[in-house]
Design a protein around this ligand. Structure first.
Ligand code: PHE
Length: 339
């Protein structure tokens, strides 16, 4: 037995290999299930008790030697792909991951698409704005508490320069340049100084709409919003308008849609009211038209504004706003859409 161990050890010492394949063969020959060491351990049972200690020790040393040799051979092999395992260049490449659009972009594009079918143009403007475009031209009087409604971020301690709190500022820029008929939507990023939570974020996105022409009525506003809600959420959706207040519209309203989860019966998403708030709207205040050199006797208009995250929440039932900003790929890749 001892002699057999010496022979195996000597043979293992002589061994040299260069390819992974050879090293693997070596490993299997010695350490494999049916390998030489397994055989030695089997024979070990027959070894007389007096020799067991010495033989056992030698077998263990042999095993250790071979394991270490396999490891060091593996570590030193510089083998590239061998002839047989060279890549088959005729195979198609690994599939390329196709990215997906961000859910906010999907919803924004869908809103834009719906309103462009009604003939609305798209207008954009700066994110850093002045007081005139964000507040004054929209009929927020100086010192009016409504300015506090929109926790504003000011830039460099200059109360005249700020991050826009809504994209109504873009509509002021449109009115400055154009005379009615005006029919435009302004999608964009807005900023409000709010603590970040599941329900609020300091950055979010809006689409605001403005329609000014002769004889534009509240009925037109209502019909436009009903059309939008049906296109966005399905033909069965119902809307309701609740009286509200905005400095730039009179009368003003907030629009709810019937809860898409419970169909209006009441559930925890709609807090058992059957309705979900989705946007603010109203008839453009004549002051706003006059501030922007539009004849408020000849023309009337309506405006509306919605948060894209809010629409996305209602559409996808993702109730934590923060998910839209963290850009975790596992979240984002769940959204695929034609938009
Ligand atoms: N600008 C308002 C907001 O950001 C929304 C709004 C737009 C309300 C137009 C009425 C009319 O909250």
């Amino acid at each position: 037995m001892l002699h057999k161990i010496d022979v195996i050890l000597e043979e293992a010492r002589q061994f040299d290999a260069h390819t992974k394949e050879e090293i693997e063969q070596f490993r299997i020959r010695y350490l494999g299930k049916k390998g030489l060491l397994a055989e030695l351990f089997r024979d070990f049972k027959e070894v007389p008790a007096a020799q067991k200690k010495e033989v056992g020790h030698k077998i263990n040393l042999l095993k250790q030697y071979i394991s270490e040799k396999v490891d060091s051979l593996m570590a030193s092999t510089t083998e590239g792909p061998s002839e047989d395992s060279a890549p088959d260049l005729t195979l198609p490449g690994p599939p390329m991951e196709i990215g997906s659009r961000h859910p906010i972009s999907i919803v924004r594009n869908q809103i834009i698409e719906i309103f462009s079918r009604l003939g609305y143009s798209i207008s954009e403007g700066p994110e850093i704005e002045d007081d005139w475009h964000v507040f004054s031209a929209l009929n927020f009087p100086p010192e009016h508490p409504a300015r506090d409604m929109q926790d504003t971020f000011f830039v460099e301690k200059d109360p005249d320069i700020m991050l826009r709190t809504h994209t109504s500022s873009v509509q002021v820029r449109v009115m400055e340049k154009e005379q009615p008929p005006i029919r435009t939507i302004s999608p964009g990023r807005v900023f409000r100084n709010e603590a970040i939570s599941a329900r609020a974020h300091c950055i979010f996105h809006q689409v605001e709409g403005l329609y000014i022409d002769e004889n534009v009525s509240f009925a037109d506003l209502k019909q436009t919003l009903l059309f939008f809600a049906r296109e966005m959420f399905g033909q069965n959706v119902e809307i309701r308008l609740r009286p509200s207040y905005f400095p730039f519209t009179e009368p003003s309203a907030e629009m709810d849609i019937s809860c898409q989860i419970c169909g209006g019966k009441g559930c925890n998403v709609c807090k058992y009211t059957g309705w979900l708030e989705i946007l603010g709207c109203g008839m453009v205040d004549p002051n706003v038209l006059e501030f922007n050199q539009i004849d408020s006797v000849k023309y009337t208009g309506f405006a509306f504004g919605m948060g894209i995250e809010r629409v996305a929440m209602l559409k996808y039932q993702v109730r934590d706003l923060r998910l839209y900003f963290e850009n975790d790929i596992r979240f984002l890749e769940q959204f695929r859409a034609a938009y």
